[in-house]
Design a protein around this ligand. Structure first.
Ligand SMILES: Nc1ncnc2c1ncn2[C@@H]1O[C@H](COP(=O)(O)OP(=O)(O)OP(=O)(O)O)[C@@H](O)[C@H]1O
Length: 751
């Protein structure tokens, strides 16, 4: 009987893969046909073909991405129907449904039905695949009548099997074992801001990623053109999670770490916590606004300007009036500057005209020529630039932070010590804390047209040329097509759009990446407790609809500019229009380790939402106390044991910054290339990192060096040690030469 069940499922799953292969072949065929047609035909036809080719490529990529564990569930319903749940929906050619997409409303029962609330489900079956074969099946019988009637299959439990599996250094999807409390959050309605608070290991990152896939599925129309942005703390974290969405068949999400949110800038971490905190504070918005305003100057006295040998007068009064009029347009700085320049050029041209006409009575000077003379005159250009310089955000900030006089003049709301903190060389690299300031500056400055109009003129000329081409194409269209009304349907402008920028044909995600002013349809923020006021300000600007999923754990805050409560972080941007959901079960860390971390946090006065751990571990946390200077020696000595415990999985050494390099060097001496450079070295089985890099990641075994120093890091915030202690999935060892942090019992010490 059991074998018959297994045989039946194997057969069904083979059928699903056959269908997947058919669809792939079909798309490959369509793609080849479109490509073969090549660049023949009218421009419009070529553009349409490009669009079809892109669509087939996307679909093919999606079909390829769902190969692994294509199907994972089956529901037996009250009406006798069996429904298979998988990564995508599959139907036969005549639209008979073979498999339901996990995101479809009816698939929610797979995650939410319980014996108390069956939702029409009699039996939930997990299919555990190996390659294309069904390795095992596991049943949850929800309808007690079925308990007697049928044999059922029991196993370790799909969830526990997933949790106990070896870590690979890359996050995997949890689509086959999403738990009910997680599923409710994943499927929550889209509008507004949803905050998901959860302790370590509660699946916040997993939920955030699955929610992105869910929203794209259920709001495809709206999100396809506007896009979804997913923001995480660091490039290595983004790398850690980058495979999850493709494995869910979604490639259209823009993923960015906080330091990459300004196109063209790859910021480095800000090492000085005091600077990060200051640059993240609301007062910096005032500083940037003042720095922008400071670039407009009224000259102290009259200036004489030489234009083609004529002396023209520029008075402070004239400049002030032009400036006020330009400011009154309400446009950003660089755009308002155009108004300012136009007003003064007109006035100077009038002066020049009167002078010339007075000198040669009766001769009317050609005004267009005079205007050009004025515009080109060096004196005029210098004078106008001094009054109102065209400005790019990078230049504004580089000068602000490197010229003490400017800083003192504009940052009047900061103390002298604070200003001192901001000073740095003009060519210092941009840090993550600078990114929101650059963005703020870009917003106030607007498009800089440093070409003095020639860039705009070039774009205009390109557009004119495209239009002419398009008109020619239309004129050449086969007259029979014209008779069918083709030229009534397609305007020259439409065609020019096709011919124009190739970006017109990119997906929303591809276009959004390079566009600072892109308005996303939804933003998902992971590790959101780390965000400063200025970072929130930047993100809210990127999503004017304020449709957000915000996941994080206030207790894990380690950034000095991060939040101490969700209310204080979010109220300035969302008022009280945000909703809080909580995740309460720790899926990562075994209970003994999770409890030790919670005790330590409580002893340090931190309010933690310590989630219940879903499983017991094999080992209690181990504590090695060693004489001063022997921490690294003990690390090396204990590594064989830790590697044995990891059993082919990953071992992470999490150390205070000053110990990272020596610890790595000592381990390299013994283990060579097995020791990775940092959190991004996913192929090595030993990594040495600091707690900041460890954020959001997990490892089979974690060894923490000098835990007391991590408590002290970042001005007494306990977040770092708490983060470090909650990274392991199996085993934790602390090696300390200093008094142990409160809450960590010395009796756990190993010899
Ligand atoms: N329903 C689930 N099924 C299988 N594994 C799960 C489930 N929920 C969470 N996990 C696993 O638990 C681990 C922790 O999840 P995740 O990293 O999303 O937690 P987190 O709340 O973001 O943690 P932290 O805040 O500590 O970084 C991951 O390995 C994840 O795959």
């Amino acid at each position: 009987m059991l074998d018959a069940d297994l045989a039946h499922e194997r057969d069904y799953v083979r059928g699903l893969y056959r269908r997947l292969d058919e669809l792939r072949d079909e798309k490959r065929g369509q793609l080849a046909a479109v490509r073969k047609a090549g660049a023949i035909g009218s421009v419009q036809n070529i553009s349409e073909r490009d669009a079809f080719a892109a669509m087939y490529e996307d679909r093919l990529a999606q079909l390829d991405a769902v190969e692994d564990r294509l199907v994972f569930g089956r529901l037996d319903l009250d009406d006798g129907e069996a429904q298979y749940i998988g990564r995508i929906g599959l139907s036969t050619d005549d639209l008979r449904r073979l498999m339901v997409d996990w995101r479809a409303p009816e698939a929610s029962h797979f995650y939410q039905a319980t014996a108390f609330d069956r939702q029409g489900v009699r039996r939930r079956r997990h299919l555990i695949l190996q390659g294309r074969d069904v390795k095992a099946i596991e049943d949850d019988i929800l309808d007690s009548d079925m308990l007697d009637a049928a044999h059922h299959h029991q196993g370790e439990g799909a969830l526990l099997a997933a949790l106990n599996s070896k870590r690979t250094g890359r996050m995997a999807d949890i689509v086959s074992t999403i738990q009910a409390e997680q599923d409710r959050i994943i499927r929550a309605p889209m509008p507004g801001a949803l905050v998901v608070q959860g302790g370590p290991g509660t699946g916040k990152t997993a939920v955030a990623l699955h929610r992105a896939a869910y929203l794209l599925y259920s709001h495809r129309d709206r999100l396809k053109s506007a896009g979804v942005l997913l923001v995480g703390p660091s490039p290595s974290f983004m790398k850690y999670i980058e495979r999850v969405l493709p494995s869910l068949g979604e490639t259209g999400v823009v993923m960015s770490s906080l330091g990459r949110l300004m196109p063209g800038i790859a910021a480095v971490p800000e090492d000085d916590a005091r600077i990060a905190k200051l640059k993240g504070s609301q007062r910096m918005a005032e500083v940037i606004a003042a720095a922008v305003a400071n670039r407009q100057r009224i000259p102290a006295g009259d200036r004489i300007l030489d234009v083609e040998g004529q002396k023209l007068l520029l008075t402070p009064r004239q400049v002030r009036r032009a400036r006020d009029k330009a400011r009154a347009t309400g446009k950003p700085y660089n755009e308002a500057r155009n108004t300012f320049v136009k007003i003064l050029l007109r006035e100077l041209t009038e002066q020049l005209q009167s002078k010339i006409e007075a000198a040669s009575v009766g001769n009317n000077a050609d005004r267009a020529y005079l205007a050009e003379d004025v515009r080109q005159a060096r004196d005029v250009r210098v004078a106008l630039n001094l009054c109102w310089m065209p400005m790019a955000p990078q230049k504004l900030l580089a000068e602000l932070f490197s010229k003490r006089a400017i800083l003192d003049a504009v940052a009047t709301n900061l103390t002298a010590e604070e200003r001192e903190l901001l000073v740095r060389p003009v060519d210092a690299p941009w840090t993550e804390a600078d990114v929101p300031l650059l963005d703020e500056a870009a917003e106030l400055l607007g498009e800089a047209d440093a070409s003095g109009g020639s860039e705009a003129a070039r774009r205009e000329a390109d557009r004119r040329r495209d239009l002419e081409n398009a008109e020619r194409t239309l004129a050449n269209l086969d007259s029979s097509l014209r008779e069918q009304g083709i030229d009534g349907v397609v305007s020259a402008e439409d065609l020019a759009d096709f011919q124009e920028a190739p970006e017109a044909r990119l997906t929303a995600a591809e276009r959004a990446v390079g566009d600072r002013t892109w308005a996303y349809g939804h933003i998902i923020v992971d590790e959101a407790q780390e965000l400063s006021y200025m970072q929130w300000r930047l993100l809210v600007r990127r999503c004017p609809l304020k449709s957000f999923t915000i996941v994080g754990d206030i207790a894990q805050t380690s950034a000095s500019a991060g939040a101490s409560s969700w209310g204080s972080a979010l109220t300035p941007f969302f008022g009280d229009r945000w909703q809080l959901e909580e995740l309460t079960v720790n899926y990562r860390t075994p209970s003994q380790i999770a409890e030790a971390a919670a005790r330590m946090a409580a002893a340090a006065g931190l309010t933690v939402s310590a989630p219940k751990a879903v499983r017991e571990g094999q080992w209690p946390p181990l504590v090695d106390t060693v004489p001063a200077g022997e921490v690294i020696g003990r690390l090396v000595a204990s590594m064989p044991e830790e590697l044995r415990a990891a059993d082919g999985g990953l071992v992470a050494v999490i150390a205070p910054e000053e110990l990272v390099v020596p610890a790595r060097a000592a381990l390299r001496d013994v283990y060579g290339a097995r020791v990775g450079q940092g959190a991004g070295s996913f192929d090595q089985d030993i990594v040495v990192i600091d707690p900041r890099e460890a954020k959001g990641l997990e490892f089979d075994v974690v060894v923490v060096l000098e835990p007391s120093r991590l408590v002290d890091a970042h001005h007494g915030r306990v977040g770092d040690l708490y983060v470090a202690m909650t990274r392991p999935t199996q085993r934790l060892r602390l090696i300390s030469s200093e008094p142990l942090p409160a809450g960590i019992e010395a009796e756990l010490a190993v010899a």
